[in-house]
Write a protein that binds this ligand. Structure first.
Ligand code: MN9
Length: 288
């Protein structure tokens, strides 16, 4: 399960329906051009929190059908409605997803006991392993080393997608849990996380910038830090321009410039203006 995973984008039509052919093309582009080791499906980048349970199932099915056994598949099933989370986890497991992942429950400021109970309740009913999805900036849920340790005590909790700039905590977790999988979640911090010996990374920009991510990861692993730093710098120039223009919208437009029908984003995400589209095309030409 180690390696680089795209936080998979999803293609939607103008009405907000899943665009099946577009989604298949995004999967193909990730496997054939970005050459990632796996796909992280229905995460933040897949606009998971903006779509219905039925749409989530549709996405799991289409991606599995297109990817087959070519790459590893992780299903993000976290939802505030725990019954939905369990149903999605069972659904993805039956389809053959290699692991499930669930974002820490958010919005109601749950205490740690409640968070722990959320994960154990899901795992009681699902025959699969789970990767915690920790993204404090979006969820407001901050866990410390001890709390990660308590979650890791469950044998089916095999790792964490660590999307936070706290490198002190990341180093402590790495040191304390050498056998758990740690995936770096911020693409702009991939080199720093790789130096701390993470097992892999999951990122939105890998949908289009996967080969640079691989260079950073592999150069860091072989101790070629200066070379890795240069590629991280170019990557960060790219990420800065993409973020400035609208992260997901711009990645979709970049995909379109490669002939991939990446569709639109779901409301309330806005569409790019004509200037934004032109800027996205410039970014694609400059970096990819
Ligand atoms: O899953 C992504 N997180 C979100 C990871 O989109 C919330 C990252 O890949 C970021 O999009 C990326 C840009 O900040 O690092």
């Amino acid at each position: 399960m180690k390696g680089l995973y795209s936080a998979l984008m999803c293609s939607f039509d103008e009405e907000g329906n899943v665009h099946e052919q577009g989604l298949r093309e995004i999967v193909r582009h990730n496997i054939d051009a970005s050459k990632v080791d796996g796909l992280y499906v229905n995460g933040s980048t897949g606009e998971n929190f903006l779509i219905s349970k039925e749409q989530k199932k549709q996405v799991f099915e289409i991606v599995k059908d297109e990817a087959g056994q070519e790459v590893k598949l992780i299903a993000q099933i976290g939802a505030l409605n725990i019954d939905e989370a369990i149903e999605l986890a069972q659904f993805a497991t039956t389809l053959g997803y290699h692991a499930i992942s669930a974002v820490t429950p958010f919005y109601y400021k749950f205490d740690f006991e409640e968070i722990k109970d959320y994960y154990s309740t899901i795992l009681e009913q699902v025959d699969n392993n789970l990767i915690i999805y920790s993204i404090p900036a979006l969820t407001g849920v901050n866990m410390d080393l001890e709390q990660f340790g308590e979650l890791f005590e469950h044998e089916k909790v095999i790792g964490v997608k660590f999307t936070a700039p706290d490198f002190f905590l990341l180093e402590r977790i790495r040191h304390a849990f050498p056998n758990k999988l740690i995936y770096s979640g911020f693409d702009e911090m991939l080199l720093s996380a790789s130096v701390l010996n993470v097992d892999g990374a999951i990122g939105s920009t890998f949908n289009v910038n996967g080969t640079r991510a691989r260079q950073i990861f592999e150069l860091a692993q072989s101790g070629q830090i200066e070379e890795a730093r240069e590629i991280q710098r170019v990557t960060n120039d790219f990420i800065a321009e993409v973020s400035d223009n609208g992260l997901y919208q711009t990645i979709k437009e970049v995909l379109k410039s490669k002939g991939v029908n990446a569709g639109s984003c779901r409301k309330p995400m806005k569409s790019l203006t004509d200037d934004g589209i032109a800027k996205a095309r410039q970014i694609a030409e400059k970096y990819l």
